[in-house]
Ligand binder design. Structure first.
Ligand code: UN1
Length: 508
């Protein structure tokens, strides 16, 4: 309760979920936030009504008018202050993430650290946002490009990274001169409100309009208001490929822009030269960290036949040593799944793998008894499969790892690419030839390809995202900021003549 107090959340009722001054329809529906850690009801929040939504969009449009002309380094200063505020609240916010979402406390803090890191990155970026200049073919002409803000950026994020993914979008969007409306996950609404409360303080201290950043809460209907809304030029959505397909098509229908971060089905290829100690740690963290609920989680291990039995033995011995339990207890490795639906999906996937001929090496199952009352704690499961049948090609957001065998690296790469998703991938090898083949144009088809580290835990400095059903978007580092701006090409004539391009003559 101290954590909730520090983050401005009342225990029983967190009240308005919009980040604007309290305003709800008399009988607005309430969304309950239950912790998967102990099953307790943490708080209830109001779902955003359509009238509130309209107010938020109007406030965003008004705020954009002044924000777009605020010098970018001054916008960066606000983001810098937010980063400082996050440093002060890191412990409490990390604890809330852990309690509301169920990831380990270390990972909860790690998520807040990602927020702090992206703030630092965005502050530096606020003095860059470079455009190119190019040589004109015409005399006395100058050509260059500049980047302008888009307007309102709609951010739709998922429960599994209930704070960091928003910040990757929002902090970059803010330095770019955009304003943000965030629909967080209805499975972790308090995390979103806490982030907004901390930001609100910074905005108030700097006498900035509240419409610079607001949140909306609710189910997919609220998401539909955003995706159909022509006043929102960019929708950045993180979640399932199913959701992304709908969002992408809807927004494209009105010629809006999207940035999609969707499903992953990430594999590690283990070669004969692999360092097995590195492989084991990377694989287990990738497969069971966040209880298998990262879009970068390791779902497939493709192992060379010369080391297959050894790797299998190491995993079969290691899995039973994993401590499953309350994620706030730092002795535990694996916390709960987010909710009952997720447990059912996990159980169904194991059944489907068995029915298709999978050989279960480490049994899954739901834990019962003291400490497991929420019903969301499951055992990480290891399944040996001879081929990639449907369930292996499906992203199941749970700690299920499929073990596959290969004999030739090109075959392994083909197998790793032969899934609908294309987010993250890795190879374990000491051979420069194998590593370079894996990273080459004939190699991994994913947005992220690693050597001797696992598939999850990307740093914010790189562009994050993937191909195929992962949606093609890139967020956070590198030049991902360009997605939040519009490019304008400018040609300026400082001479007295009007020469036409392509040598065209037009005498008048
Ligand atoms: C996600 O699962 O949606 O690379 C994001 C990682 C984290 C981010 C994951 N930095 O695993």
């Amino acid at each position: 309760s101290q954590v909730l107090k520090e983050l401005g959340l009342a225990e029983v009722n967190a009240g308005s979920s919009t980040g604007l001054e309290d305003f709800h329809e008399a009988n607005a529906p309430l969304i309950s936030s239950y912790s998967p850690v102990d099953g307790a009801l943490i708080a209830k929040v109001y779902a955003t009504s359509q009238a509130e939504y309209e107010r938020i969009v109007s406030a965003g449009q008004a705020a954009f008018k002044s924000w777009r002309t605020t010098p970018a380094p001054q916008r960066g200063e606000i983001v810098r202050q937010y980063g400082e505020a996050l440093r002060r609240h890191k412990d409490a916010l990390g604890r809330l993430v852990s309690y509301e979402m169920g990831k380990s406390l270390q990972e909860g803090w790690g998520e807040v650290q990602e927020m702090i890191d992206i703030c630092d990155f965005a502050v530096g970026l606020s003095r860059q946002l470079y455009g190119l200049s190019m040589k004109s073919e015409r005399p006395n002409h100058r050509m260059y490009e500049q980047w302008h803000p888009l307007g309102i950026v709609g951010i739709i994020s998922a429960f599994n990274f209930p704070v960091a993914v928003w910040s990757w979008n929002a902090m970059i969007a803010l330095v770019c001169g955009d304003v943000c409306i965030w629909k967080g996950s209805e499975k972790a609404p308090l995390c979103a409100i806490a982030c907004q409360n901390i930001l609100k303080e910074v905005l108030q201290e700097n006498k900035l309009p509240e419409g610079l950043s607001a949140i909306v809460t609710g189910d997919y209907h609220v998401g539909e208001w955003m995706t159909n809304d022509e006043r929102i030029p960019l929708i950045s959505a993180t979640g399932s490929s199913r959701m992304g397909r709908i969002v992408g098509q809807t927004v494209a229908g009105r010629f809006g822009k999207t940035l999609l971060e969707l499903g992953g089905n990430n594999a590690i290829i283990v070669t004969p030269q692999a360092d097995l100690k590195v492989t084991l740690t990377a694989t287990i963290f990738g497969a069971v960290g966040t209880c298998g609920q990262r879009c970068t989680s390791t779902r497939r291990l493709i192992v060379h036949d010369s080391v297959y039995d050894k790797v299998k033995e190491l995993l079969v011995n290691a899995y039973p040593q994993l401590r499953i339990g309350n994620p706030l207890d730092q002795n535990n490795h694996v916390g709960p799944l987010i909710d009952q639906d997720s447990v059912n999906t996990y159980l169904a996937a194991i059944e489907a793998a068995k029915a298709a001929g999978g050989n279960v090496l480490v049994e899954g199952g739901v834990l019962e008894g003291e400490g497991y009352e929420s019903g969301c704690y499951v055992k990480p499961c290891l399944i040996e499969v001879s081929e990639q049948f449907d369930i292996v090609k499906t992203e199941t957001f749970a700690p299920i790892l499929y073990l596959l065998k290969y004999s030739d690296l090109e075959e392994a790469i083909a197998m790793q690419n032969d899934v609908p998703q294309g987010l993250s991938s890795a190879i374990m090898t000491d051979s420069i030839r194998e590593a370079e083949l894996f990273l080459s144009a004939q190699g991994s088809d994913c947005g992220i390809a690693n050597v001797n580290i696992g598939t999850s835990g990307a740093e914010i400095g790189g562009a994050f995202g993937g191909e195929k059903e992962t949606g093609g978007g890139r967020e956070s580092g590198s030049d991902a900021w360009k997605a939040y701006m519009r490019r304008q090409t400018n040609t300026i004539n400082y001479g007295a003549d009007v020469p036409l391009a392509q040598g065209i003559k037009f005498d008048f």
